[in-house]
Design a protein around this ligand. Sequence first.
Ligand code: NDP
Length: 241
Amino acid sequence: MTDLHGRSVVVTGGARGIGAAVAHTLAKSGAGVVVADLLEREGRDTAAAIGTQAMFCHLDVTDESEWRRVLDDAEANFGPLAVLVNNAGILDFGGVESESPSQFRHVLDVNLVGSWLGMHLAAPRLRAAGDGVIVNVSSTAGLIGYSGIAGYVASKWGLRGLTKAAALELGAAGIRVCSVHPGPIRTPMTAAMDPSVAAGQPLARFGEPEEVAAMVGFVVTEATFSTGSEFVLDGGATAGA
Ligand code: NDP
């Protein structure tokens, strides 16, 4: 893995699930890792499990002033920002007719506007550092449609589009921007889901957070000629789409 000693990494939604696995994986690069999340106890536990090279910061991704504080703390403690992983997200059930306007706006606000805020504030810091990587955790819901989660699908397609726009704007500054598109992964978000969600796809199982983390680690440290690209890991769920 590329050596990121003396640099900082911010992982949103890093307290648990996919984000916690990503934080553990990116710590292997030598970077200082900021576990940024709403969840304090789980976030502190995740950072403590990584060691002194990690710290927890409270972050609501919809709050611009919290973003500024988290990025300041990351750079003050661990050095110039190298990587932002926009992983925090929520899944809200509701279709085009059944989802209320406030539900729809909220899922867009967290999953899309929250990630945009992070990119908006992190990009100048990466530019100043001379290089960097932004990984946006989208979903297969950013590649195809799903019934009954209209706001979620819209937010994840939006994040994929934002990734491409940012890649075009930031490439000349040495900043890569890619999206990762997991299928169903075994985390607290999917704990209540029917196992048949995974049974219908070619590999017929849920993926593990560590499998997503391995993909994110690859994008950050190995895929050095990739930007604006989608990295899919979905057990074959979109193979026939
Ligand atoms: P989890 O719900 O297990 O973890 C998400 C974390 O993000 C939680 O700690 C959550 O805190 C936090 N979070 C939620 N809202 C905010 C916010 N406004 N600011 C900061 N942190 C917040 O989810 P997963 O690990 O499963 O998912 C991580 C990402 O991967 C999400 O973007 C999700 O859409 C995406 N994804 C997940 C898939 C899956 O099958 N699990 C498949 C495809 C994509 P709290 O609990 O307090 O809300």
